[in-house]
Design a protein around this ligand. Structure first.
Ligand code: ATP
Ligand code: MG
Length: 369
């Protein structure tokens, strides 16, 4: 067929099939297609991802487009290596296209191009662009209508991120709603803005251990019969109908939790931290919107009666635990900023104890390998 004849045939098919034909190169089934795209657009893709924060935005948009209600984001950094695990309870990815979604132009959004504040999307290029810029990215698990877990390893020497990743953006509350007013464009800011813009989606962010305990705690509240082992978990995770993240609530022992956290959720949690989860030392995190709102709750000082300030030798016993916890959090946040400079981080949260007219703060520090 000559090229003229080919053009004529294409024109004819376009007339009959409408503009959908123009857009599709291959129908992959299950609502997935491979789009036609110009070489220039393909080349542009690599440049769309310029920072770790950009990776996070694209992963959030994918979870949102999958109509999820909860997103759990586990962040970890060791020297220059950033690890991100993102767990959602959206509509999942059919297994037949799992390997294809990292290829360019593969999308399920042909008819639902989404226009949000980050721009138009639905080009099937984000995961491809991410893959081109990071050391590793893959789907850890996905099940239709039960959610998706994606894990990414990034070398921040190649794909940079903001240096300070521990500071929340400055916000203000107006008519009960939170607004970001300023702050570094770090991961927390990206997440804060996203959660403000999508009030129906709860975003939980923390270390892998904090995310594990948060999912565990929330799903324990939902489940009536838990306390199983790995076999019970596997039955639910592989065959059940609950969102993938809620399956963790069926586990009742340290060993099984340790085994499944890494293999099934992509959360690297040490044995020591699993023990700390069971002993209540690592606490669940609030969703980010709640955290931002709480920041603004006025601290009302309670009057203390019957205290003789001149004679008392144990003044600090009147300080409430929640205020000491707050102090611990502040010290932890501040140390985060200093520690980064020296490649040091804290082994757990600062331990605060009361002495005789003393508050002792113990920071256990470890180096990054
Ligand atoms: N968390 C997720 N849940 C469900 N499906 C997902 C998820 N992440 C990716 N997908 C599927 O993989 C496809 C490819 O994702 P990718 O981000 O590369 O492209 P896109 O979202 O279609 O378009 P864009 O390039 O504009 O982001 C999506 O169309 C979607 O079907
Ligand atoms: Mg996308």
């Amino acid at each position: 067929m000559s090229s003229k004849e080919k053009d004529e045939l294409i024109n004819f098919i376009e007339k009959v099939a409408g503009d959908k034909y123009q857009k599709i190169e291959e129908d992959l089934g299950n609502g997935f297609v491979r789009l036609h795209i110009s070489e220039a657009q393909k080349r542009q893709a690599k440049h769309d991802i310029r920072s770790v924060e950009d990776v996070i935005v694209e992963l959030l948009r994918n979870s949102r487009d999958a109509d999820c209600r909860n997103i759990f984001i586990a962040l970890h950094k060791e020297k220059k290596d950033r690890t991100v695990a993102i767990i959602d309870d959206g509509h999942g990815i059919p297994s037949s296209v799992l390997t294809k979604i990292f290829e360019p132009r593969v999308t399920s959004k042909l008819d639902s191009v989404v226009n949000d504040k980050y721009g138009v999307h639905g080009r099937g290029m984000a995961l491809y662009a991410i893959k081109n810029n990071v050391e590793y990215v893959d789907v850890v698990a996905s099940a239709v209508d039960r959610g998706t877990i994606v894990k990414v390893y990034i070398n921040t020497m190649k794909l940079p991120e903001r240096k300070d990743q521990s500071t929340l953006p400055a916000t203000r509350v107006r008519h009960g709603e939170v607004h970001v007013i300023k702050g570094l464009h770090n991961i927390l800011r990206v997440l804060a803005e996203f959660s403000i813009e999508h009030p129906k989606i709860k975003i939980f962010v923390g270390s892998p251990a904090q995310i594990l305990v948060t999912m565990y705690d929330l799903s324990q509240n939902l489940l009536t019969s838990n306390k199983g082992g790995k076999t019970v978990f596997l039955d639910g995770f592989e065959e059940g109908s609950l969102p993938l993240w809620q399956c963790v609530g069926s586990i009742g022992n340290v060993k099984s939790l340790m085994e499944v956290s890494n293999d099934y959720y992509g959360l690297d949690v040490s044995q020591r931290n699993i023990h700390r989860i069971f002993s209540g030392e690592i606490e669940p995190v609030d969703d980010l919107y709640t955290t931002l709102l709480k920041k603004h709750k006025e601290v009302v000082a309670k009057p203390i009666f019957n205290v003789d300030f001149n004679n008392s030798s144990n003044l600090v016993k009147y300080i409430e635990k929640k205020d000491l916890d707050k102090l611990s959090q502040l010290v932890e946040d501040e140390f985060g900023k200093i520690g980064d400079k020296y490649f040091l981080h804290l082994k757990g949260s600062p331990k605060i104890s009361r002495g005789k007219n003393q508050i002792k703060i113990l920071l256990e520090v470890e180096g990054e390998e």
